[in-house]
Design a protein around this ligand. Sequence first.
Ligand code: BG6
Length: 474
Amino acid sequence: MTTPKFPENFLWGGATAANQLEGAYNEGGRGLSVQDVMPKGLMTAPTLEPTEENLKLKGIDFYHRYKEDIALMAQMGFKVFRLSISWSRIYPNGDDAQPNEEGLQFYDDLFDELHKHGMEPLVTLSHYEPPLNLARNYRGWIDRKVIGFFETYARTVFERYQDKVKYWLTFNEVNSIISAPANGAIFPEEMEVTLADKWQAAHNQLVASAAATKIAKEINPEMQVGCMVISMPTYPMTPKPKDQLAVRDFMNENYAFTDIHVRGEYPGYLKRHLREQGIEIKFGENDAAILKEHTVDFISFSYYVSLVQAHDPETYQSGEGNIFRGLENPYLDSSEWGWQIDPIGLRLVLNDFWDRYQLPLFIVENGLGAKDVLIEDGAGSFTVEDDYRIAYLKAHLQQVGEAIEDGVELLGYTSWGPIDFVSMSTAQMSKRYGFIYVDRNDDGEGSLKRYKKKSFNWYKEVIGTNGASLYDAE
Ligand code: BG6
């Protein structure tokens, strides 16, 4: 067996989202976003009005402390830092005639700070945080007008940051809109929403993604635009052909999003699926051409869990996850939140995407949400002995190395939540992913002080040796 080698210039780093770390929801001219009305994360129905509790809980004050936080990432040797632009900092209502200069300036300063430390920004245009006004007055992404608002927003930030940002992602986990419409400003509890509406919203996002790619290339062809999906390698519960078919149906519903981003057209299996559900997507006059002509430069994805499917799912125990659920896999361990841990699944998914598309890949989320205990470090400060996080990341990164040996072209790896912040699905602070502990509890109380965990130095070593330390003898 050869010891895998990571490519030179591999982009090691961490990934974040504005709504989960910035805080300062009412500063700098920011408008409310849909995340401000989800009191307990995605698991609860949004209400159209924010609660005091929810506003209080958002973020870890990165808005004011980003210099300190980026300096910590730099200490770990980060080459790349994934963040999202909060759309409602730039266009507070989504449909404003002019952008908010204070919001634009904030990201200018942030990108400068990253470059000062030699870090490449990797920027998501829309990470589950459309302006709330788009839900209140437009039915969110179901409404075609939102494509135009998104184009205006994308043009504004591409023009402004073309010399500071090379790598862009359009929609975070674009394949989640059917299962998690609230993240796309669609609130089924507040407005009548059919399955056809959700697929129309998916179509509108796909067109908006292609339109943004077109705009980016017109402004600066050097900018690289990628799609971003939740990846979930899926196993059949048994070798029964019908179980394998269930896997295929599930995978196709997700492959549809990368197929359209990469190949520029609706695949036959999706057309059939929609036809059989009686769903007719309304295409705008130029949609087909835009999709075909403006495909992506690379594919990025999140990876947390693998899934199991069967043709008779009611026979089995269902599994956990934040957006998609499968059946419980009896051969895998689980995190404290029941998410099943499968490092080999990551190698499989890398190979699948590479074989299917032969486009560069980028792992832009992967990590373990766990309960950490802060202890004294013996030197007058505090730390966390998070060997479980090190074990998780090490096992996953070793499989990444295997996939690279398999021939997969991989641009980089950004672990999710390099610094602790609020969970997307549950809004808990206690579900921690970071190398850096943030003193804040689930009620929003705490000093917000930052402490290095044991994994901090471990990841620093991994980056410093370009992955070689992953293979050191124990
Ligand atoms: C991904 C999202 O699905 O999962 C992130 O892109 C999210 O926003 C991450 O935080 C982990 O999920 P959770 O629910 O543990 O925060």
